[in-house]
Write a protein that binds this ligand. Sequence first.
Ligand SMILES: Nc1ncnc2c1ncn2[C@@H]1O[C@H](COP(=O)(O)OP(=O)(O)OP(=O)(O)O)[C@@H](O)[C@H]1O
Length: 312
Amino acid sequence: MIEVRGLTKRYGNALAVDDLSFAVEPGKVTGFLGPNGAGKSTTMRLVLGLDRPTSGEALVDGQPFASLRDPLRRVGALLDAGLVHPGRSGRAHLQVAARTAGLPRRRVDEVIDLAGLGGAAGRRVKGYSLGMRQRLGIAAALLGNPSVLIFDEPINGLDLDGVRWLRGLLRQLADEGRTVLLSSHLLAEMQQTADRLVVIGRGRLIADATTDEVLQGMGGPRARLRTPEPDRMLAELTRRGLTARAHGDEIEVEGASAEQVSVVAHEVGVPLHHLSDGTHDLEQAYLELTERHVDHRSGPQPSAPTTPKEER
Ligand SMILES: Nc1ncnc2c1ncn2[C@@H]1O[C@H](COP(=O)(O)OP(=O)(O)OP(=O)(O)O)[C@@H](O)[C@H]1O
């Protein structure tokens, strides 16, 4: 369990984290979202005792990180996958980390397997792709078999296989009852991976709810349908005050559920070939949530979800 209470961090005149309070519960994957400069990394560093708060507190299992006994067995973190001695092999890096933390040697091979490093574990880290470095960082975070895991942008640099693997690993860690917090700007990925979302902007809390609640909170129900009489259906929906648009051979309806749309179709005798409840695009929800909380916006925002970079 991670608890952040009234957490504030000031760097000179800049307020990086501003009276932030939220809790990250065990057994769930919690996504930590926010625009660039929102304060996500600073918050994670404060939770990990790598920086001191100006005021407020960040607790892990009820204690500040600095007071934890055996912290590496309690908390595992991936902050910057670049911070590894380039001349060492992945295995050697993990062996040094295990020895320093007083962890058994066999644990190194276990986390190499868990992180899917395989044969790459014997190669020097300087030859690793960003995706392999991320896997190594995740392996290191898992070394102490901790109950709390904190990953800063773990998806960066992973190829599609890597993203799928990470999604499965995060789910497994949460299902084992661990507390899992990950930051990412890959919103479409969060939509699939996170059970809950903590969204911040300019250091302040914007949303703290289940992923479904964040999505549903943006504009109410939606439905999608296909019909051989699209013009008539569009007219009927619009006449009832609903926003309905054609996308190819599909019609998207805002403000009504699939059930409500089926009643309309039945009333006017329009046949439906497909009808489902629509989901909100997290990208859109996120942009709307954070719109008022961004310091700088550079040019038009992309409307398509960001896709992960290919592993080099
Ligand atoms: N050591 C520091 N000294 C001064 N300012 C800092 C320091 N660390 C962070 N900041 C500032 O605090 C704010 C929050 O930064 P932070 O890196 O926590 O945001 P973030 O949400 O992780 O952003 P990103 O997604 O870009 O990594 C930014 O304005 C940043 O410039």
